[in-house]
Design a protein around this ligand. Sequence first.
Ligand code: NDP
Ligand code: 2IT
Length: 447
Amino acid sequence: MKNNIKAFLDLVKERNGDEPEFLQAVEEVAETVIPYIVKHDIYYGKNILLRMVEPERVITFRVCWVDDDGEIQVNRGYRIQMNSAIGPYKGGLRFHPTVNMSILKFLAFEQVFKNSLTTLPMGGGKGGSDFDPKGKSDNEIMRFCHAFMGELFRHIGPNTDVPAGDIGVGSREIGFLFGMYKKLRNEFTGVLTGKGMSWGGSLIRPEATGYGNVYFAQKMLETKNDSFDGKAVVISGSGNVAQYAAEKVLQLGGKVLTLSDSSGYIYDEEGIDEEKLAFVMNLKNVKRGRISEYLESYPNATFVKGKTPWGVKCDIALPCATQNELNEDDANTLVKNGCICVSEGANMPSTKEAITVFHKAKILFAPGKASNAGGVATSGLEMTQNSLRFKWTREEVDTKLKDIMSDIHKSCLEFGEDEDGYVDYVRGANIAGFVKVADAMLAQGVV
Ligand code: NDP
Ligand code: 2IT
């Protein structure tokens, strides 16, 4: 078995040697899925995983725009159309200076498995740009988004590829992107998700990733007859996912101790309650400020510059910022401090070594492709509503989201339960996600 996995990974490394994040994501999948393929004749010998690691199409393009000083700026735009076996490509756009081929291919690869897990008919894709939205005026953001869509529109469509938000792309950016798509195509379609409520958006989509992550963690806790009630929760990030994860934790009776951004974390021993969270939402979404400014209003809290929050003692940890933000030392610290559950809101926030620590300690650990799938699942529900030209209520969408997270949890149990009863959610999610896509690819032949 080890030889099979090694031979496969050597080949992938040979072809993609300069893409560390992509290789990390592939390695995690290969280690759990290859043993399953080897035991199942219908998948064995078909090079099915080798086909899955090769994007169906990679698009890169120039994005030129004029900043407020009249200077011409040049950025790089991307769309990775990874796999369309079970539906149109679907996945977010990330605007961040670290965006490159490796980051987007890892995200697109994860998205294929995640979207398969949602139970909805969506293929996987991801895109974005190395554009840095920080410090840009609204007009600069608009000009960039319009320029970006000036090329992307050729490659997407409601039945082809449906982008959405990710880091640096929220409702403001989706609005500008949608406006330019509509102008260029002269049609009003559900080509993007995360739209505003008066122009085709779905209720609960803004909340869905954070809420979904907490619903998934709730399912994991239930397997131990436990709940969020009274639990100390450490959260990283302070963007879309972190904010709504915090909101749901509070609704379920948990205490939120931390939030962070790329400059450091805030620790509020008294708990970040509803009022303080509303302050953070305004600070981040309207004023576009830094998390350290929390202390100006709540001086009893502390700000720890340049650090992640994993050293704060907690029962539950929700990493909701970015990839590889929680390493082996952090994992050891969490376990030592009595943490019983880690549920990933971000994509691949835990390193491979950190996951090994969680598994060895036999604590509850959910990989992002399972636990953060509520965002894209609700994007799928937005697509459905757009096709129906109809709008479901908040309660209807929330109920569907809860059911989907519960179904994903069940799929993880089906493929991830060890003989001693411990659930390896990584194996469970990878195999469950793989089976549906592989079956579709086999049925469609070598294309
Ligand atoms: P936002 O842009 O709204 O927020 C991102 C947050 O993460 C900010 O607090 C940001 O801090 C912090 N962050 C970003 N990069 C870094 C970094 N390199 N180091 C430390 N902190 C960083 O993005 P989202 O909340 O939407 O996304 C967060 C994570 O969740 C990502 O991994 C994304 O892929 C994943 N995700 C998002 C979904 C969605 O629906 N939005 C769905 C599923 C997963 P700062 O402001 O300083 O940059
Ligand atoms: O990583 C993700 O799942 C997202 N950024 C959301 C994608 C989507 O299409 O809603």
